[in-house]
Design a protein. Structure first.
Length: 134
């Protein structure tokens, strides 16, 4: 069974590039263009991982709101936070939420894939193994 990934980004070109690349390497990928769509997809489906943009429109940092919701779940899934803006506050917020990665766009698709695989592998480790690895 293919792993299921949600990509939440308001830029259709970026979202499409991520969807196409990740699909080509074996993931099943769904896309969402804004906070409302992202929340709706997360409510309907158990994604293995989420890739999300910090800014999902005119409001500001909606992607971090969604990241916070993911982080507060009982068994949070891996999530990668991306931004085209170099604001340090976004990186600190992603770190506080325990994002698996915080990346500045443009992002190498191969690097994005590697981080996604690493995040999913790390979250599958038993808690005792993760504690020893830290």
């Amino acid at each position: 069974m293919r792993q299921l990934v949600l990509v939440v980004d308001d830029d259709p070109d970026v979202r499409c590039a991520y969807e196409e690349h990740l699909s080509s390497v074996g993931y099943e990928v769904h896309g969402a263009s804004n906070l409302r769509e992202g929340r709706a997809r997360l409510a309907r489906c158990a994604y293995d991982a989420v890739i999300l943009d910090v800014c999902l429109g005119r409001e500001g940092a909606e992607g971090l709101d969604l990241a916070g919701e993911i982080a507060r779940q009982r068994a949070p899934r891996p999530f990668l936070v991306l931004t085209a803006y170099g604001e340090p506050i976004f990186g600190r917020a992603a770190a506080r939420l325990r994002a698996d990665a915080f990346l500045h766009k443009p992002v190498s698709l191969a690097w994005l894939e590697a981080l996604l695989r690493g995040g999913m592998a790390a979250r599958r480790l038993p808690l005792t193994t993760r504690a020893r690895a830290s």
